[in-house]
Write a protein that binds this ligand. Structure first.
Ligand code: PMP
Length: 317
């Protein structure tokens, strides 16, 4: 779909996958007006093709658009565009349990501008690709994480709370360095005090001690994950106490269990956390933590209509 000041958003249309045409002076190429989303379409046990809480992605995309001075897409149009893309690509959705069709909605300042300012026109597009597990080793294999001590992902007052493309280029060096040292990814600390956990490059983080689970609050510097919000509700419904409050990295090192959540990783057990050269193991070799496994199972069964959906989270395309 295209946005112009005169017409607002047009209706858009399905098109074969192919290049976008933009001038070298396109705003997004020079000044970075870009927000995106990550979603999954799956086959369900009832034979439906389902999305998970797409209204949440629409709302987050709209909030990000406001932050970057872009025209937000109405929720209904966003969800419709994603559902239309899914239906048109149904042949690419793997069988249940074998993966999903990952969807990438993109909102770009595509119009040309030379001096710093918002684009005169915008493009919204959705593309997709069939995917399997996010981290190598498969969905339920625990991952080793290292606490990043040099770089921060987001600063107070910045864009950390949005899914802006510009949040992801600065983490490439840290992520690649971690991978070289056999860590799956890094955990970021807060930029003010270097004390509290923020999130991982592409997922939110949870720490469990006994029946109490803590996750960092949405203070503007971390992404309000759709999976994060869902796991908070799901864990509470299963008898856990869930607190959204700052989690000191030293407390995380003492916890019973750590796990991460995201559309791509679903719920991923953290096998170990390394901080200032100390490595703390949380799980037995290759075995997911008990709560991570419990919540992973509960969430994936709900998402694929193998279990009841009391929350009304499943969206049928
Ligand atoms: N944090 C970051 C930085 C992310 O990129 C993502 C993935 N969108 C998440 C957290 C998890 O968000 P969600 O559960 O909505 O996928």
């Amino acid at each position: 779909a295209e946005w112009s000041p005169e017409k607002g958003w047009d209706k858009g249309a399905l098109k074969p996958y192919g290049p976008l045409h933009m001038m070298p002076s396109a705003q997004v190429l020079n000044y970075g007006q870009s927000v995106f989303e990550g979603m999954k379409a799956q086959r369900s046990a009832k034979g439906n093709i389902v999305l998970f809480r797409p209204d949440r992605n629409a709302a987050r995309c709209a909030a990000g658009a406001e932050r970057l001075s872009m025209p937000p897409l109405p929720t209904e149009q966003f969800v419709q565009a994603v559902a239309d893309t899914v239906r048109a690509n149904a042949d690419y959705i793997p069988p249940i349990g074998k993966g999903s069709l990952y969807l990438r909605p993109l909102l770009l300042g595509s119009g040309p501008i030379l001096g710093l300012g918002p684009a005169p026109s915008y493009t919204f597009t959705v593309f997709g690709a069939a995917v399997g597990a996010y981290f190598k080793g498969g969905q339920l294999t625990p991952i080793d994480l290292i606490v990043e001590e040099h770089f921060h992902r987001a600063a107070p007052g910045g864009m950390g709370g949005t899914k802006a493309a510009g949040n992801y280029s600065p983490v490439l060096v840290t992520q690649l360095a971690a991978k070289k040292n056999n860590y799956a990814d890094v955990v970021y600390l807060d930029a003010k005090t270097d004390t509290y956990l923020e999130e991982v490059s592409s997922c939110n983080i949870f720490v469990r001690s006994g029946k109490t689970i803590k996750t960092p609050p949405l203070s503007g510097t971390i992404l309000p994950g759709v999976t994060r919000a869902s796991i908070i509700e799901l864990a509470r419904s299963r008898g856990y106490e869930v607190l959204e409050e700052p989690v000191a990295v030293t407390d995380a090192m003492e916890a019973d269990e750590v796990f991460t959540t995201g559309t791509a990783v679903v719920v991923c057990s953290v096998g170990s956390l390394t901080y200032r050269g100390n490595k703390r193991a949380f799980t037995a070799e290759g075995q997911a933590g008990s709560t991570a496994l419990e919540l992973y199972t509960a969430l994936t069964q709900l998402q694929t209509e193998q279990a009841e959906d009391p929350f009304g989270w499943v969206y049928k395309c």
